[in-house]
Design a protein around this ligand. Structure first.
Ligand code: ZN
Length: 178
C-alpha cells in the first residue's frame, strides 16, 4: 500500500490511450490498492491508473466514503467497457485530481451499463445511474486520454490550463525555498 504522485494537466502523459490488462495478477491488485490509497489521500472519489503513471485500463472509485457516515465502498474496474448508455443526460459539476481546484458543469448520459473484471479478475456488470454513472464515465475518459476540460470551449479550457501551469510554477518555487 502506498500513496503515489498524481500527474496533473497539461502533462502529456495524461493524453495517452491506456492499454488493456491481460490478466488480473497480484501486481495489478497491488496497483489497485495503491490507487485506492492515493485516491482516499487526495481526497477524491475516482482515479484511473494513468493518473499515477500507469497507462493501463484500471479504475478505482468510491462515491460514498465522503458522505457523513464515511463508510468505504470501493469499486475496482479492470478493462471496463460501456455497453449501454441512455440518451437522457444529467449534469454534474465535475472536478478531477489531475485538474486541481478547477470545476465545470458537464453533461453525460444519466445511466450506463459497464462490463469489467473485478478485483479478483471475475467478469462483472454494473448498472450505474446518477453520480456513479457520471463518475465511471469521467474515469473511463481518462483511459482514452480525455479530461473533463476537453468538453469545454477552447477559451475556457485554455484559461484553466494557464492557471494550472501558473500554480505548478508556484509550487515548484515553494519546494526550492523549503
Ligand atoms: Zn479525473
Amino acid at each position: 500500500m502506498a500513496i503515489k504522485k498524481i500527474l496533473t494537466a497539461p502533462d502529456p502523459f495524461l493524453k495517452q490511450i491506456s492499454t488493456p490488462v491481460k490478466e488480473v495478477t497480484k501486481d495489478i491488485q497491488v496497483l489497485m490498492d495503491d490507487m485506492l490509497d492515493t485516491m482516499y489521500d487526495a481526497p477524491g472519489i475516482g482515479l484511473a491508473a494513468v493518473q499515477i503513471g500507469f497507462p493501463l485500463r484500471v479504475i478505482v472509485m468510491d462515491i460514498s466514503w465522503r458522505n457523513e457516515d464515511g463508510k468505504k465502498e470501493p469499486y475496482f474496474f479492470v478493462n471496463p467497457e460501456i455497453k449501454v448508455k441512455t440518451k437522457i443526460t444529467s449534469t454534474y459539476e465535475e472536478g478531477c485530481l489531475s485538474v486541481p481546484d478547477q470545476y465545470a458543469e458537464i453533461d453525460r448520459p444519466e445511466e450506463c451499463e459497464v462490463n469489467y473484471l473485478d478485483y479478483n479478475g471475475q467478469k462483472s456488470t454494473l448498472h450505474a445511474e446518477g453520480l456513479l454513472a457520471t463518475c465511471i464515465q469521467h474515469e473511463m475518459d481518462h483511459l482514452e486520454g480525455i479530461l473533463f476540460i476537453d468538453y469545454l470551449s477552447n477559451l475556457k479550457k485554455n484559461m484553466i490550463v494557464k492557471k494550472l501551469i501558473k500554480s505548478k510554477k508556484q509550487s515548484s518555487k515553494e519546494r526550492i525555498v523549503a
